[in-house]
Design a protein around this ligand. Structure first.
Ligand SMILES: NC(=O)C1=CN([C@@H]2O[C@H](COP(=O)(O)OP(=O)(O)OC[C@H]3O[C@@H](n4cnc5c(N)ncnc54)[C@H](O)[C@@H]3O)[C@@H](O)[C@H]2O)[C@@H](O)CC1
Ligand SMILES: [K+]
Length: 667
């Protein structure tokens, strides 16, 4: 993990496997800390907030709780009891043969109704269905209740889930998720028109039931959430695609875990982590000590890629950009970037292959490929074939993209070689390495396949996606895994990858001394590159859409601050997990480049901000009068003089009575 992490940074951005979460809970439980009650309180408060944000009165809302047989169900039942106690209409559906007894009794005493679905149910205050037909009827009843509810609290399974959901939880998850995605019949309004089916809000307790806790996969049916209230620490599924897309907004309940001695399995790149990875020039620096990047990108057919990659590279803090290519792209590069130097010479890092056609994809062999092959031979950090040289002093950090990927030697690459494929390119690379895998297999299990590529090649693997993954050498035998989902969906546009390759090269070159000391830093630098890329796209598009957001920290002492943060972050009334905020506008690749320098400036300003706990670069200087400054988490928009005044106003729209009610949940 990044050395300079604050404990808040670590808590919000480091994810631990289920077994480690249990080891972190154990000492607190031994000391008698009432973790389940703390979890239940947080669930109740967040349920209340979700309802009130959607314009509903929580005290008159219909809530359906799906309660499993483990502690996750226990959390849900105690939360349901708190909500029932303030007047909500809460029905708990028991999805397994038993539920935690004391939790169920507390729930029923508070006025909740308990419905058992399993034929061998042994549950207080609810008879088991007596025949298979009655089981089926009760399941139908539960599905209908949930579909008609204002809020569904999903407490079927937490970190105790093994494999895909089975049995009643599987049935409920598949029927409810089909309903919400509109796969079931539309509602006929009786006037010849159809209306969208009503969708309940969904709050997931700890994790959405059904997602692969430790690997972020979706092994079977699952219930996508609007908000996931998770306990103690982040789990891998909350960061890793595709499961992370099913979590909605994440609220992390701080139990005070001591994570100093445990190893995270996934880390999210954050603004603060990123700011520590940028190299700031010193007085004695010259253009050469700041790093020279050599780019073999673009081609006669794709001169634009040469322009985009060199311009992006020049915007990211290197001393010099050197371009190698045929006449046409060279002329374009020089026209767009007069600072560029053409032709061979000394470099600290290479960027190879963006905008270069892979073998077989064009009739004419791309002349850039022979240059790339020579560079790979001379500067690759792997044993040279036919010579005894191993990891040599000639080996340089390099970004290997697009048309250079198939020129790599198959194995023995080092971490300073950063591969930047998208799923399709990775599938082709893995097929060359003998794996039977398609691009859609990779999209379904990206961390598995990025890790496999790292195992086979030894390179650092940056797999591009809405959430980009970087896998490379970690501690001991285990890989390190970083994620970045800071960008808006506008980022998926032609040339965006060329921009990323150029900026990755700049980071590797400017930090070549750091990399020489510890080649594993390439993973963090690669993830930082993806973060800066995303951040520049946010600035360019004025979008607050994010593939992934940091969790909101829930601390019982925060009270109204948390309400305000949640209101700001969740966008009042939003019922869609798709849209995480105002969408901004389209961008093209050059727009991203235009914001790269500003993005880095904002990141470098971060340590000087008054509130170091917030992981959001300082707001800009007010030059965007209408647009929202991108925020990693909970930041407000660019503050003009007027709006900074407005930001002192409470952002929630809760009546005094509503505040009294929520305070009763809180204490
Ligand atoms: N350890 C603790 O004291 C704390 C745990 N907490 C909660 O406890 C949860 C973990 O509790 P548990 O270990 O009891 O496990 P869970 O409650 O997550 O899961 C166990 C339940 O899931 C069912 N299940 C497992 N795999 C299944 C599958 N494939 N298909 C269908 N059902 C399946 C089991 O039959 C059982 O009913 C956490 O996620 C969190 O919500 C919180 O209360 C905080 C404190
Ligand atoms: K759950």
């Amino acid at each position: 993990m990044v050395d300079q992490d604050s404990s808040t940074d670590r808590l919000m951005n480091s994810a631990y496997e289920a077994g480690i979460i249990r080891s972190l809970e154990a000492p607190l439980l031994d000391e008698g800390q009432p973790l389940m009650q703390e979890a239940a309180q947080a669930v109740a408060v967040n349920a209340w907030l979700m309802l009130s944000q959607a314009g509903l009165d929580p005290q008159n809302s219909r809530i359906v709780l799906l309660a499993g047989g483990g502690n996750n169900g226990g959390d849900g039942l105690y939360a349901g009891a708190r909500l029932a106690a303030i007047g909500a209409d809460v029905t708990a559906v028991a999805t397994s043969s038993d539920v935690l007894d004391e939790a169920a009794q507390t729930f029923v005493q508070a006025g909740g109704i308990l419905l058992a679905l399993s034929s061998d149910a042994d549950i207080p205050s609810s008879d088991a269905p007596s025949s298979p037909q009655e089981v089926a009827e009760r399941i139908d009843e539960a599905v209908e209740l949930a579909q008609a509810a204002d809020l569904v609290i999903d407490a079927m399974t937490g970190i105790g889930l093994t494999g895909a959901l089975r049995g009643i939880p599987e049935t409920l998850a598949s029927q409810l998720s089909a309903h919400m995605s509109g796969e079931t019949e539309e509602v006929n309004t009786g006037e010849g028109s159809t209306a969208q089916a009503h969708n309940p809000l969904i709050l997931a307790v700890d994790i959405p039931s059904g997602v692969g806790v430790d690997d972020g996969s979706l092994p079977g049916p699952y219930l996508p959430a609007d908000v996931t209230v998770t306990f103690g620490a982040m789990k891998p599924c909350l960061l890793l695609p595709p499961a992370a897309y099913a979590c909605g907004h994440i609220v992390l309940v701080d139990f005070g875990f001591d994570v100093d001695e445990v190893q995270a399995s996934v880390e999210a790149m954050s603004a603060s982590r990123c700011s520590h990875l940028l190299r700031v020039p010193e007085r004695e620096d010259s253009k050469y000590t700041r790093g020279v990047v050599g780019l073999v990108t673009g081609s006669e057919n794709f001169p634009g890629a040469a322009v985009l990659s060199t311009r992006a590279c020049a915007s990211c803090g290197v001393g010099m950009v050197r371009y190698l290519g045929p006449e046409r792209p060279s002329e374009h590069v020089l026209a767009a970037l007069p600072e560029a130097v053409l032709g061979p010479g000394r470099v600290e890092a290479w960027v190879l292959g963006s905008g270069v056609a892979a073998a077989g994809s064009s009739k004419q062999q791309d002349s850039q490929r022979s240059t790339i092959a020579q560079i790979l031979e001379a500067h690759g950090s792997w044993p040279h074939q036919g010579s005894q040289a191993h990891e040599t002093e000639d080996s340089l950090p390099m970004v290997v993209d697009a048309g250079a990927l198939d020129l790599l030697p198959a194995e023995g690459l080092g971490p300073k070689v950063v591969l930047t494929p998208h799923a399709g390119e990775l599938a082709a690379l893995l097929q060359d390495l003998g794996e039977d895998v398609t691009a859609s297999d990779i999209a379904a299990e990206p961390v598995r396949w990025a890790t496999r590529t790292w195992e086979l090649t030894g390179a650092t693997v940056l797999l591009k996606g809405a959430i980009t993954l970087v896998v490379g050498d970690g501690q001991g035998q285990d890989p390190a895994v970083y994620t970045t989902g800071f960008g808006p969906a506008w980022l998926s546009t032609a040339g965006s990858g060329d921009v990323l390759a150029g900026l990755e090269g700049a980071l590797l070159a400017s930090q070549s001394t750091l990399l020489a000391d510890d080649p594993r830093k390439a993973i963090q630098l690669a993830a930082a590159g993806a973060y800066i890329h995303a951040y520049a796209a946010n600035l360019a598009s004025h979008s607050q859409d994010r593939a992934w957001r940091q969790p909101l920290l829930f601390n019982p002492d925060q009270g109204k601050d948390f309400i305000e943060e949640a209101n700001r972050a969740w966008q009042a009334g939003s019922r869609s997990v798709e849209s995480m905020g105002p969408l901004g506008h389209p961008i093209h690749a050059a727009d991203i480049i235009d914001q790269l320098e500003r993005a880095q400036g904002l990141l470098l300003a971060l340590p000087f901000q008054s509130d170091p706990a917030t992981d959001e670069p300082a707001s800009a200087d007010g030059d965007d009068d209408w647009a929202a400054e991108p925020d990693e988490d909970n930041m407000s928009s660019t503050e003009s003089a007027d709006s900074s005044q407005a930001s002192n106003e409470p952002t929630h729209h809760l009546s005094p009575a509503a505040l009294v009610a929520i305070e009763s949940l809180w204490f």
